[in-house]
Ligand binder design. Sequence first.
Ligand code: TRP
Ligand code: ZN
Length: 850
Amino acid sequence: MTGTAPQPIFLADYAPPNWLIEEVSLTFRLDPVATRVKSTIRFVPNPDAASRDFFLHGEHLTLIRASIDGTEVTPDLVEGGLTAAVPDMAFTWEAEVEISPETNTALEGLYMSNGMYCTQCEAEGFRRITYYPDRPDVMAPFRVRIEGGLPVLLSNGNPTGSGDGWAEWHDPWPKPAYLFALVAGELVARDDSFTTMSGKDVDLKLWVRPGDEGKTAFGMEALKASMKWDEEVYGREYDLDIFQIVAVSDFNMGAMENKGLNIFNTSAVLASSETSTDANFERIEAIIAHEYFHNWTGNRITCRDWFQLSLKEGLTVFRDQQFSGDLRSKAVCRINDVSALRGRQFREDNGPLAHQVQPDSFVEINNFYTATIYEKGAELIGMMKTLVGEEAYYKALDLYFTRHDGDAATIEDWVRVFEDSTGRDLTQFRRWYKQAGTPRLMVSEDFNNDTYTLHFEQETPPTPGQDEKLPQHIPIAVGLIGPNGDEVVSTQVLEMTEAKQSFVFEGLGAKPTPSILRHFSAPVILQRDSSPTERAFLLAHDTDPFNKWEAGRTLAKEVLIALSTDEDASLEAYLDAIAIMLRDDSLDPAFRALTLGLPSQDDLAQTLFDAGVTPDPQKIYNAQQTLWQAMAEHLQDMLPRMMAEMEVSEPFAPNSEQAGKRALGLGLLNLLNRLDGGAAAKVLYDRADNMTLRLGALGYLLQVQKGDAALAEFRSQFDHDELVMDKWFSLQVYHATPDQAAAVTEALTKDPAFHWKNPNRFRALFGALGMNHAGFHHASGKAYALAADWLIKLDPVNHQIAARMTSGFETWRHYDADRQDMMKSALTRILATEGLSRDSQEMVGRILNG
Ligand code: TRP
Ligand code: ZN
């Protein structure tokens, strides 16, 4: 590390902008290495500001000239921008800068991807395009003119004119600079239209590179479904004449909600049955909805500053989760969302990177696009909805949209809307935004004289910088089930506000079995001693699908924990319960497929650490293999018949019904594969006519070391398709044995198709290595060293991705001394790198010291 540690900025230091903007005009003359950007900006003094000092952000810009009210000026170029002497009243600023999109590998600001120009401005990328007050509370209507010898020239808002080599756009809705977008290139569009609830026709365009037209139909349908859903459920109508999506191959994240011109990672929009799995289709549908929903929750109402990021992201994730639940299976979606929350957010919240949903400070905002801001943020919205009820929730949202339309708002504004519209006091609930860490919720019970009592105790462990925790306001949805399996008390929401609190149920003839935290009503870790018999009983009788699944998962988890710690493990209760569940045709195949899944090895490692046991990754891996094998043997009689029942005879459709059958079929094949040494997987691979089955079968072949021929065949068939080749890279690493994972990864880094500057390709390989728990944590330490080498190599090229991926090491303190030493030295080596980015410095520093 060179120089001093990067300095944080603080929420408490927020001050309103000195100058506001009435209107912006931008002219781009495109050139790969010398693009000229002319800006004309009408500044007006902000009556709420204390000062008239004038500062514009700017980075990696060459200033050509600047003027104020027509008079040339020479601004002071300072760290991160410029200052200038300005009049005491409204004035017009003009400037011209030069930038080099082709050499911009960070993929923020204006850059090039596959010969096309595109932008990514969130969070602070606009300052790499021109000098500007690049903060979300400065909002303005934009006029944009693009000149460049390319057929398609796009920006935000409505088109206002175009001719040979130029186009003009006008976005009438005031927006912050982070929502600016420009795209130029040789692109082709899928066209469609949507008639809004008030009868306005909106042009829809999904732009792709020639050759990808065949992968646009699904995305377009998802867009129309999203537009309709937001009208029906939230009463939100679209507000421009045109809505466009562009697919880009080089993109740091999933997608971006630029006003009227969403930009998508190709992986988050392009879909076809030959190249995309059911999981891809589902993710694409959700991301298209997410970005579209930002039009109201993010764009019309934006964030005052980046400490409010969860205001738009938490709410928009909550909305896209609702949407997916409505279109697909609510129960299955909820289970998947909770699994993702536990896998990523709980992991984050219980380690050195734990932070508040509304942080008090940060060094680099790019490092705060996290599971906590997004997924925990969404859970907080869900809890508010549970607490006030469905009707009051939508009433509060109506007030939010009318009161704050056009605002750069705060999380406090959001909570206040709920208080004002419902009359509830949410003072204690606000702690969820300010207190990091996952609460533990301990439950015990007693029963006498027909009275049943549940005793709860809550405790949140300390997190970096926050030692003392106060009790949270926790909505606990509970139902009670009688001895014969009938529900005797249907779901009610208990509101826990104290550190310890008991709830009494009277008039029960016999001791019931409680179903606690139904629908996962709060993001907490529930701790309850209970017998395998009771869990099996809930698995059979719970009417709440989430808790039904949870009972099976807990059973499996207990077995796996016992197996990984050499304790006596009794598998009977679990195996019998799973067999009954699988045979139950009244259950959705997708749900049954989920019950066949086991908790991840990473999840087991975290659970062991929490219980004071040092996890041994190889033993955890072996435990999982043992349990799969036992399941296979126990269920072997039913596997072939059930697999046949899950065959889909209709033509492929990416709907949840078919996807559920394929998921269950593949779940069963995972078991059969352990008995037949890959025979059935080979048959499936050869006849699969869609990517879900083909990739599933290939994975199973790799698992039994019989994948070589299929891998080569797969590559020759798809080597022209980047997104499929990403799968080819991932799969090999993901399915490598613990002993081979590092070597397989290293060999793949030498493959000519390992285009490591492409974020999708880099993530395909090193993301998969991180997901291969026993491989990443192999006792040799080879995977740690390899990951560090490559993060060091990536950092100067793409600091966002490099920094983000250091989180693979965030659990380093959970392991034994040898592994800790090796991970620590990998991290120290990254931190010691000359010229390491601020992003990576912050991340590695927090991981090491937190
Ligand atoms: N706002 C985007 C979303 O949630 C996230 C995003 C896209 C982003 N690209 C980014 C965030 C680059 C930081 C940097 O939909
Ligand atoms: Zn978002």
